[in-house]
Design a binder for this molecule. Structure first.
Ligand SMILES: Cc1cc2nc3c(=O)[nH]c(=O)nc-3n(C[C@H](O)[C@H](O)[C@H](O)COP(=O)(O)OP(=O)(O)OC[C@H]3O[C@@H](n4cnc5c(N)ncnc54)[C@H](O)[C@@H]3O)c2cc1C
Length: 188
């Protein structure tokens, strides 16, 4: 944001803290799938160590943060909610315990979708504002960035470059999923 502001480009991204809990299941679970629970708004995935990573999918209330100074451990309230949700969804783990926690920052745009876009500055392409879900879409983002650099347009008709253009915010044309997860707040 700072880099672009110096060039007169407004990138409407806000920063929000998100917390993660690592759980020792207390038993060898074998292969654990990635699991998104859109009822209690949590997701879990296995860690190589055998622990289960718990993440929050309820983005109805965001916690603004300074990306250079934020508490990098989960707080007590979050931990209590995480334990309650996990116990409700995985009742068969009586010996589970919290192994560790950490926190990071989401770079959030007004529609929770990224900016992958050419800019008014010739040769400058932006890919930012992934709003907490940039990892899983990174292969498609890489392809779109390459297309924008080389041709200025997307080669994939399923990923039109207009969807992710920077100018959509100034135009009030936010990108909305035609198939949102009902009840999952701003989660995509
Ligand atoms: C707690 C948490 C859980 C997440 N879970 C998921 C998930 O389950 N699935 C998913 O898809 N996504 C998830 N994400 C989001 C995903 O991690 C991000 O969307 C993705 O990493 C964004 O990639 P990026 O390249 O835009 O930014 P980053 O990965 O942040 O990369 C930016 C890089 O720029 C560097 N940098 C910054 N300033 C400068 C500077 N001035 N000069 C040089 N280098 C600089 C930084 O050091 C960093 O390496 C999660 C994020 C968090 C915080």
């Amino acid at each position: 944001m700072g880099l672009l502001a110096a060039l007169g480009i407004d990138l409407p991204i806000t920063v929000h803290r998100e917390q993660i809990v690592l759980v020792d299941p207390g038993v060898d679970l074998g292969p654990v799938p990635v699991f998104s629970d859109l009822v209690s708004l949590q997701y879990v995935r296995p860690e190589a160590s055998g622990e289960i990573l718990f993440g929050n999918s309820d983005l109805a209330r965001l916690e603004p943060a300074d990306p250079d100074r934020y508490p990098n451990r989960a707080d007590e309230d979050f931990l209590a909610r995480a334990v309650e949700k996990l116990a409700a969804r995985f009742p068969g783990l009586p010996d589970a315990s919290v192994a560790s926690t950490y926190a990071g920052c989401y770079d959030v745009t007004p529609d929770f979708n990224p900016v992958v876009s050419r800019t008014p500055v010739a040769g400058l392409v932006v890919a930012a504002g992934f709003s907490g879900h940039g990892f899983k879409i990174s292969p498609a983002v890489g392809r779109l960035v390459a297309d924008l650099v080389v041709d200025g347009v997307s080669a994939d008709p399923l990923v039109p470059e207009t969807d992710f253009r920077l100018s959509r915010f100034a135009q009030g044309a936010l990108l909305r999923s035609p198939h949102p997860y009902v009840g999952a707040g701003e989660m995509r």
